[in-house]
Design a protein around this ligand. Structure first.
Ligand code: ADP
Length: 218
């Protein structure tokens, strides 16, 4: 469904969020105080406007209250990012996601009502380290503190075996949600489906169980 999103702060992070949302077909209002950054985004947003997002009357006159989502990507200006988040909350935006530079910033943003706080460098750093740590894990999504979905490469150990024979569900309490083989994705694998070396398995489970599966099962 098409969403209406206001993106505030068009640095590297805000710009890539804005361009991707627009590419995906959403209505995006891009705001920054910097004229060049706004100009650049004219072709990659529904509307791009020069405005100071800490000025409540400017935000209101832009009709920000009609948007369902806001992304505040004002980089290192902690005061502006907190103030802007607070005003968006007061205006009544349903979902406010904010970029934070560190944990202290994150805590303040949560207190003033940010629905989601993102620390891109921190999160990306963890992701890169996880990839480096394991040759088997290609990607992962944390569902909660305990549960995740990971992508694992099928090694020779599991090649030519069926899901039934491997019995991940019994042995590791993990569920194989899908199997990727080159460009094909099988989103409902059957018990008798046979794995091939290099298949990518998308598996859901408890972190500890996924770790056991990665270490011993695959
Ligand atoms: P990144 O680290 O993602 O590259 P930057 O810190 O470079 O982020 O960019 C932050 C952006 O936020 C800048 O383009 C800056 O002009 C913009 N910005 C800062 N304060 C305000 C404000 N009060 N209103 C609108 N935009 C702002």
């Amino acid at each position: 469904m098409k969403k209406q999103v206001v993106v505030i702060g068009l640095g590297r992070f805000g710009t890539s969020v804005c361009k991707e949302l627009y590419r995906l077909g959403h209505e995006v209002l891009a705001i920054d105080t910097n004229v060049d950054r706004v100009d650049y985004l004219r072709d990659y947003s529904s509307h791009a406007v020069v405005a100071n997002a800490t000025d409540e009357s400017e935000l209101k006159s832009l009709g920000v209250r009609n948007f369902d989502h806001a992304i505040v990507a004002i980089g290192d200006n902690l005061q502006a990012s907190v103030l802007c988040t607070l005003m968006l909350k007061e205006i009544g935006i349903a979902k406010i996601w904010v970029k934070a530079r560190d944990l202290q910033h994150q805590k303040i943003l949560e207190k003033v009502g940010a629905d989601k706080v993102i620390q891109p460098e921190n999160e990306m750093g963890i992701r890169v380290a996880q990839h480096m740590h394991s040759d088997k894990i290609i990607d992962y999504i944390d569902l909660s503190n305990e549960y995740s979905i990971i992508e694992l490469v099928a090694s020779a150990k599991v090649a030519d075996k069926t899901l039934n024979q491997l019995n991940f569900r019994e042995k590791y309490k993990c569920i194989v949600l899908a199997i990727k083989r080159q460009e094909e994705v099988d989103i409902a694998p059957l018990p008798n489906d046979q794995l091939q070396l290099g298949d990518i398995l998308i598996v859901m489970g408890h972190r500890n169980d996924l770790k056991r599966l990665e270490d011993r099962g695959i």
